[in-house]
Design a protein around this ligand. Structure first.
Ligand code: KG4
Ligand code: ZN
Length: 361
């Protein structure tokens, strides 16, 4: 019987306030989130000060509601987990201070969790409508794709994460969001580009697939981002509206091509049969559909958590946290937020120019 049977977890690293109660088996007893898209939309992106203020309004009522929905009280919990890195410093602080206070008030331990570790372990979560395949286990290749990260990992076990590649400039989610803003779909762009692309042609516009033939596992999306801006320059409002589904579908296809090319290369290089897509961009419907076909053509097991566990949520933090607590790890009241905290260092491609290597190292 594990020492920690159920814990409450808090995620406030960016603009979503999320609280969950998770068991040692990864069962999500309840997860509840408050999103802030409307608060940031007018600014075309996340305003850190607004994000942290909103966390302070939402967090404690969400904790109460989460406990109520799970029919539990603080006395029923064995501990707490919180995202302590990476993220916006003010946002991280709100979650961290609340968790430390809950830990002090109840005398129960807490643990700080790396947000990316949460994404990487999300496929293990379970609830009434999602269970990972019975034979899903370590090791696997995970493609973590979000607004801030695009990285490929080999996941050997809890805490044993090998970085195989990463973006050398922008993240895939950033490219989606920038493009969404450029074509007038507002913020956040990813999900709106996805929806608009559904009726469009994937081939009408030709967007670059950077590094696709290169012999490494890194990504680059800055060229695609710039090319998205160029594609709409000079179009009248009417022309833009008429071309919007094709623009979105063609742009999205370029991202999906690159992501699947790198994932395929990583699987073959490592001779593994299990792949995971995780992070906000793995909610993309085209990517999910094409990844399914790719996996069945190659005989791979592909696990993509449901969208509620792909985008930022506290359940994934709870699972990573309870696994670590049961391994004997805890954090102390002196734990502070770390805005920048990559999980491991990634190799850079051999053929990068010297000046860029220096800038990236
Ligand atoms: O993991 P996440 O929720 O937060 C971060 O840690 O960044 O990822 C957010 C990113 C945003 O860039 C958002 O536009 C993108 O995920 N995203 C999508 C979709 N849903 C969310 N991108 C493409 N298609 C979607 N359906
Ligand atoms: Zn995330």
């Amino acid at each position: 019987m594990p020492t920690f049977r159920k814990i409450l977890a808090i995620e406030t690293s960016c603009d979503d306030t999320s609280v969950a109660i998770v068991t040692a088996e990864g069962r999500v007893l309840n997860v509840i989130s408050a999103h802030q898209n409307t608060a940031h939309e007018a600014f075309g992106g996340i305003v850190p000060e607004i994000a942290s203020r909103n966390h302070t309004y939402h967090l404690m009522p969400l904790v109460d509601e989460c406990l109520k929905r799970a029919s539990l009280g603080l006395q029923d919990l064995d501990g707490f987990a919180v995202t302590s890195k990476p993220g916006l410093i003010g946002s991280l602080l709100v979650g961290l201070v609340a968790t430390k206070s809950l830990s002090l008030a109840t005398g129960k331990p807490f643990i700080g969790v790396n947000h990316l570790e949460g994404h990487l372990l999300a496929p293990f979560l379970k609830d009434d409508s999602y269970t990972p395949p019975a034979d899903f286990e370590y090791p696997y290749i995970a493609l973590a794709i979000s607004g801030g990260h695009t990285s490929l990992y080999r996941i050997n076990g809890l805490g044993d994460y090998e970085v195989l590649g990463r973006t050398i400039d922008d993240a895939a989610g950033e490219a989606f969001d920038k493009f969404g803003k450029t074509v007038g779909l507002g913020f956040p762009g990813g999900v709106r580009v996805d929806q608009t692309a559904k009726t469009g042609s994937t081939t009408r516009y030709s967007f670059p697939r950077s590094m696709i033939k290169e012999d490494h596992l890194n990504f680059s999306f800055s060229g695609l981002k710039a090319s998205g801006v160029r594609a709409v320059q000079g179009l009248s409002e009417e022309e833009l509206q008429a071309a919007l589904p094709d623009l979105c579908a063609s742009f999205q296809e370029a991202i999906v091509d690159v992501l699947l090319d790198r994932l395929d290369r990583a699987m073959k290089l490592h001779g593994l049969k299990r792949a995971v897509l995780t992070g906000g961009v793995s909610a993309n419907s085209r990517l999910r559909a094409r990844a399914e076909s790719w996996a069945s053509e190659n005989g791979y097991q592909l696990v993509v958590p449901p969208i509620r566990y792909c985008t930022d949520n506290a359940a994934m933090i709870g699972y990573a946290g309870i696994e670590r607590l049961n391994r004997g790890e805890t954090s102390s009241q002196t734990l502070g937020p770390e805005p920048r905290a990559p999980l491991g260092a990634a190799p850079l491609p051999e053929n990068l120019p010297e000046w860029l290597k220096k800038a990236k190292s």
